[in-house]
Design a protein around this ligand. Structure first.
Ligand code: ARG
Ligand code: ZN
Length: 876
């Protein structure tokens, strides 16, 4: 059942061209395909008897006919099973014609061709194309597509596919047709079709070399006013890719379609990106600043795939990070350039720690390039995407920006139009710069987050400082006894004023003030000379390597790093580490612990009031480490004590800084109309951070501020911030505010999702019961992935206190929903399993209950491979 990287074999046959014709009908769509096929083996085995059979993948298809060179095959000439079709081949080149019938309306898995709110759309990555027609559905089979679409003209006035529109016309019976040609060879996973009654917002972009590109965003009628930000993000992405990487768009049109039922965020189909409406539609009344930022990043991500993914694609799905890690890195760099780079980096590291580190430390840990899988959809993970992006970032760190750009240029020069591997990418980087990446490539094959321990010793008499680094790579399922990795650590030594000191190594003359220390052995020592003060060690600056760093600071060096490090990431990080240590101490003491030390309060006050700092940075620096992060630092998680300790510290800070917080809350208010800029968003973030503390200060009237803000603000960011506070507070205001919010937005599906999520993340004791009740609410449906994630996903992954309540009812609730959803949409069901997989981190009673919930899932009948794979791995 499992597929292995080692078992890769080149395909036997090449597809020289493909023509597809669709007669679109909701319950019986006919698909005719014509494939020009050629044997791709060596000419020496071209004796006819030796031609291997041709394998075509197929899933849930009704086969109507198969013809070879115009002659129908009889049933002895092919073999069909539930996974596809095997044909006997008698000639090295032939025309294959296949007709199939599919039922898009019954397609609740949202893979292949399905219907979302009356619009036909497709999702083919990774293996959805085989649910449309029989085809060698693997990324190393690339061909040119010609697509003809026929459908009812009144119901489906818009008919789209990849590439250029070459012809269209009317048909009898109120039908019409269009024909599309995509000149760029592509794998089947990039194929797309959309047909519906959609509104269109149009703009254009002129590329660096003067190509006029028509840009269109298609949306349901009524959503035209929510496209402006997505369109602007697209244009900025197109310009950025030209400037940073010299990459231009290659067709005369670029289409985006927003659909409301979608398993993931968006999909980079060639010239026809399909988006989850949540990831592209925005206006101030319905989208938060976080939504705007995420839209900007996702629009860029999908656009950037045109080169990293489409022009150069993956040889096989083990290489998924070749396109995803690289494209995430590119979208991160883009957002960093559009906004505050420091803030973006902190946010990305927070999300890496929240999603990828636990994966790396849990039962489904896998390398960036996995070695085997049962269901590829389960490998669209934080490891492949986000750790994969960190691997690319480290390469850029080792090669320098210029070297990295040379490597990218060589990669495209060598591989444009090809399906390649992560090794090919690393080879281009290495060949373009002469940097040896052999040890570095262990980042692709060894799972687990490396631990790096840093110790330092200052010798005042010798004026020298000795720094010792050691690394350990934890064992992960199926992998033990790992080799030391090549870990680039950005590094500086700071004097008491926070100024970087010259870093003179004993063996070298040069003394730069910052260096990349390359840790390659299990343990390495560096000795720096000519230092007049005991330095504060600023290491892994900008989070240059995705490792767990352990380093002790003295109160004095901590104060230098927290208050003066020129690397904002480390300034933030040092504060977080300090608060984490204090909180974990309090947790050990059962939650309450001692009074929060003045040193922390003073540092926070200084940051809060430091007008030289970006408000967005100040908001992050004042945010205490989250409960999930704290849990990850514990051997045995105590959800209740963590909650108590964190709330206690919040209260201490709020009371100590109340005046400053109130002043900040007022100072960050603005009367200007809402703008989604990074600047304005940063002010709102700091204002809402202040509001959060104020409500934690124990003064009841502070809650009035939240109530007023939830009702009267002119934008969703402020409304949601206030409601997120209110949802944790028992009482009539809470229910009134949430009720008023629902009534106001009941016809806006994306806002209703926010409302469901607010209920799901409440720390109040009755939350699980309310969540259960909401399953039956008119606003909820299991068939829409956004709704599932908003209610069930947020409860399980975003509400540790209630999900882990001691009686295990949260676990059983989740298990039942997963089984129920697996019959509708296995891919989305599988994504809900992870919180149960963390059982080994909890106390014995919870462990038993969590395993029992996993057993409940495993004992259900007809489990999908998606849910089976993750559940069974979670139990070992
Ligand atoms: N390639 C898409 C993106 O990252 C994601 C598609 C995921 N599809 C899936 N079936 N898992 O932009
Ligand atoms: Zn992607």
């Amino acid at each position: 059942q499992a597929i292995h990287l080692d078992a890769y074999r080149k395909p036997d046959y090449r597809i020289e061209s493909l023509a597809l014709a669709f007669d679109l009908e909701p319950e019986a769509t006919r698909v005719k395909s014509r494939l020009q096929i050629a044997y791709d083996g060596s000419p020496s085995d071209l004796s006819e008897a030796a031609l291997p059979p041709l394998w075509l993948d197929g899933d849930d298809l009704k086969l109507l006919s198969v013809c070879v060179d115009g002659t129908p095959l009889d049933e002895t000439e092919y073999r069909q099973d539930a996974t596809g079709l095997s044909l006997d081949v008698t000639s090295p080149g032939f025309l294959l014609e296949i007709e199939t019938e599919i039922n898009p309306k019954a397609n609740t898995r949202l893979e292949g061709l399905y219907i979302s709110s009356g619009t036909f759309c497709t999702q083919c990555e990774a293996e959805g194309f085989r649910r449309i027609t029989f085809f060698p559905d693997r990324p190393d089979v690339m061909t040119v597509y010609e697509v003809t679409l026929r459908a009812d003209k009144a119901l489906y006035p818009v008919l789209l596919s990849n590439g250029n529109l070459v012809e269209s016309g009317d048909l009898p019976d109120g039908r019409h047709w269009t024909r599309w040609e995509d000149p760029f060879p592509k794998p089947s996973y990039l194929f797309a079709v959309v047909a519906g009654d959609l509104a269109c917002v149009e703009d254009s972009f002129t590329t660096a070399s003067g190509r006029e590109v028509a840009l269109r965003i298609f949306v349901e009628h009524g959503n035209e006013g929510r496209c402006a930000y997505g369109m602007d993000s697209l244009k900025r992405s197109m310009r950025w890719d030209e400037e940073r990487f010299g990459l231009e768009y290659d067709l005369d049109l670029f289409n985006i379609v927003a659909v409301s039922d979608f398993n993931m965020g968006a999909m980079e189909n060639k010239s026809l990106n399909v988006f989850n409406s949540k990831c592209v539609l925005a206006d101030p009344d319905t989208a938060t600043d976080a939504d705007y930022a995420s839209i900007e990043g996702i629009v860029a991500h999908e656009y950037f795939h045109n080169w990293t993914g489409n022009r150069v694609t993956c040889r096989d799905w083990f290489q998924l990070s070749l396109k995803e890690g690289l494209t995430v890195f590119r979208d991160q760099e883009f957002s960093a350039d559009m906004r505050s780079a420091a803030v973006k980096r902190i946010q990305d590291v927070r999300s890496l720690r929240a999603r990828q580190f636990p994966e790396d430390g849990g039962p489904t840990a896998h390398p960036v390039r996995p070695a085997s899988y049962i269901e590829i959809n389960n490998f669209y993970t934080a490891t492949v995407y986000d750790k994969g992006a960190e691997v690319i970032r480290m390469m850029q760190g080792l090669l320098g920006r210029e070297g990295f750009r040379k490597g990218m240029d060589l990669y495209f020069e060598r591989h444009d139009g090809q399906a390649v591997t992560c090794d090919d990418f690393a080879a281009a980087m290495s060949d373009a710069t002469g940097v040896d990446l052999n040890q570095f490539k262990l980042w692709y094959s060894q799972a687990g987050t490396p631990g790096v321990t840093v110790t330092g010793e200052y010798d005042a008499a010798a004026r020298s400082f000795e720094l010792t680094l050691s690394q350990t790579i934890p064992d992960t399922p199926g992998q033990s006894g790992k080799r030391p990795m090549h870990i680039p650590l950005d590094f500086a030594l700071l004097d008491p004023d926070g100024q970087p000191m010259p870093l003179k190594l004993a063996c070298e003359e040069a003394a730069p003030t910052s260096r990349v220390l390359e840790l390659r052995a299990a343990r390495q020592t560096f000795r720096f000379e000519n230092l007049d003060h005991e330095p504060a060690v600023s290491i892994n600056r900008g989070f240059s390597a995705p490792v767990n760093l352990s380093i002790e600071h003295t109160p004095a060096t901590r104060a230098v790093l927290m208050g003066r490090d020129g690397d904002s990431f480390n300034r933030w990080e040092t504060g977080q580490q300090y608060a984490t240590g204090l909180l974990l101490e309090a947790v050990e003491a059962g939650g309450e612990g001692r009074q929060t030390p003045e040193a922390l309060i003073d540092a926070l006050r200084e940051t809060l009031l430091d007008e030289a700092q970006d408000p967005a940075f100040r908001a992050l620096a004042l945010t205490l480490p989250g409960e999930a992060f704290l849990a990850d630092q514990m051997k045995t998680v105590d959800v209740d004590a963590i909650h108590i300790a964190r709330e206690k510290m919040r209260g201490d800070i709020a009371r100590a800084l109340r005046d400053e917080l109130l002043e900040t809350y007022r100072g960050m208010q603005s009367n200007a109309p809402f703008e989604p800029t990074a600047d304005a968003a940063g002010k709102r973030a700091l204002k809402n951070l202040a509001l959060g503390y104020l409500t934690a200060s124990g003064k009841a009237e502070m809650w009035d501020l939240a109530v007023v803000q939830s009702r009267n603000s002119d934008n969703m960011t402020d409304r949601m911030a206030a409601l997120a506070l209110l949802t944790d507070r028992q009482g009539p205001e809470r229910d009134d505010c949430l009720q008023a919010f629902y009534q106001r937005y009941r016809d806006e599906p994306l806002v209703v999702d926010k409302w469901l999520a607010l209920e799901a993340m409440s720390v109040l004791p009755g939350t699980l019961e309310r969540v259960k009740g909401l399953l039956k609410h008119e606003a909820f449906t299991l068939t829409n992935p956004n709704k599932v994630r908003a209610l069930i996903g947020v409860f399980a992954a975003g509400n540790p206190l209630r999900f882990h309540q001691a009686d295990g009812s949260g676990y059983q609730f989740l298990a039942d929903r997963i089984v129920e959803l697996d019959r509708i949409n296995p891919q989305t069901a599988a994504r809900l399993i992870a919180p149960l997989g963390r059982w080994s981190r909890f106390d014995g009673a919870r462990q038993a209950l969590m395993r029992q919930a996993l057993e409940t899932i495993l004992s259900a009948e007809n489990l999908s491979p998606d849910v089976y794979e993750l559940t069974s791995k979670s139990l070992t």
